[in-house]
Design a binder for this molecule. Structure first.
Ligand code: ATP
Ligand code: MG
Ligand code: FE
Length: 347
């Protein structure tokens, strides 16, 4: 199926077009620069930027794919979770296009999209797939027997998300926003064993599949403050590498453990933090040692984009899942257990 997907859950206006598992277009307009001076995403600024970028980005995607809107089999849109006002722009645009073109509308889950996008990279997702979803707002281990209808949370962060921890540490180091890519770059020049930072929730009595990054964040911030108080230079590369190592160590350890415990042979890593080079390398090594097949999409497909939404929408069409109703709501806290928002059909 030929599907156009619209993503506006945070600060990226993404429009992607796929044909089944084939990526035809991936147009992204980001308002990240407008948020940088506030050190985080400002919801009102994001909504306004989506409004301005929406139609030009849809046109750009159609042009890039070389398809005509009338050929589409459906229009998919992120219905949640995310920023309410930002989601509303995408949902409204999707409804308008779908209604005007006479095409079915599929409201899909942003988190399931972060997983399903890997079909564009490595073909059909094995069933079941274990997913480590690590992004700016989420860090979870999910068992996905069927990405269109059955996604089961095994564990998640009890405080900060992994991406949030990267962003906060970058802020303490005054490296700007978003922090993940900068820390990733600095870490390449640093020693991951230079400083021993805590690995949250890895004790014998701790929950096996949950994560915690706020203790790590505090430990790193305190370490930096102590250096500054002593009038010493902060070794940015070593701090970045050691902090990153602590995050990545816990993420990969728990993901491999989840696969082994559940007898699942395929691990996929998705979400913005999956773009992290050290996470990719360590996951590769640990999965190989454990006999697990690892799937991680290229970095551009890990951060928010419209192609991932189109990928999940195409899967909904392929599996004959019911389309959404015209009164599809934007649901800022749509649970991951609902990969899409099926309609109730004509009243
Ligand atoms: P969610 O998907 O939970 O709604 P989001 O949409 O804001 O959150 P994504 O776009 O999926 O998040 O990911 C953004 C996050 O990924 C940011 O916190 C950013 O710092 C982080 N990130 C991006 N690249 C890297 C990298 N190379 N290393 C570590 N973190 C990264
Ligand atoms: Mg973003
Ligand atoms: Fe995301």
């Amino acid at each position: 199926p030929l599907v156009l997907g619209i993503e506006t859950s945070c600060d990226e206006t993404g429009v992607g077009i796929v044909h089944g598992h084939t990526l035809l277009a991936d147009a992204v307009a980001s308002s990240v620069d407008e948020h940088a001076r506030y050190g985080g995403v400002v919801p009102e600024v994001a909504s306004r930027a989506h409004l301005e970028a929406m139609i030009p980005t849809i046109r750009r995607a159609l042009k890039e794919a070389g398809v005509s809107a009338s050929d589409l089999d459906g229009i998919a849109v992120t219905a949640g979770p995310g920023l309410a006002g930002a989601l509303l722009v995408g949902v409204s645009a999707a409804k308008a296009y779908a209604y005007a073109l006479g095409k079915p509308l599929y409201g899909v889950n942003h988190l399931a999209s972060h997983i399903c996008v890997d079909q564009l990279e490595h073909g059909a997702l094995p069933e079941p797939t274990m997913a480590l979803l690590v992004s700016g707002g989420h860090s979870s281990l999910l068992l996905a027997p069927d990405i269109t209808s059955d996604v089961r949370p095994l564990g998640s962060t009890i405080d900060d998300a992994a991406g949030e921890a990267f962003d906060k540490i970058a802020r303490v180091l005054q490296l700007g926003f978003p922090g993940g890519p900068v820390i990733d770059r600095y870490a390449r020049e640093g020693d991951p064993d230079a400083i021993s930072f805590p690995r949250g929730l890895t004790g014998p009595r701790d929950p096996v599949y949950d994560f915690s990054f706020s203790g790590l964040k505090t430990a790193v911030a305190r370490w930096i403050e102590a250096k500054r108080a002593a009038g010493e230079d902060v070794p940015v590369a070593d701090v970045s590498a050691s902090f990153q190592e602590a995050v990545v160590d816990v993420l990969t350890r728990k993901a491999v453990r989840a696969c082994k415990d559940s007898g699942v042979e395929h691990l996929m890593i998705g979400g913005g933090v999956a773009a992290n080079s050290r996470l990719r390398a360590m996951a590769e090594r640990r999965c190989e040692d454990a006999g697990i097949t690892l799937r991680v999409p290229r970095p551009k497909l890990c951060t928010d984009n419209g192609a991932m939404v189109a990928a999940l929408g195409a899967e909904m069409v392929a599996r004959n899942r019911p389309a959404s109703d015209w009164d599809l709501p934007a649901d800022s806290s749509l649970p991951v257990t609902e990969p899409h928002v099926p309609g109730e059909g004509p009243a």
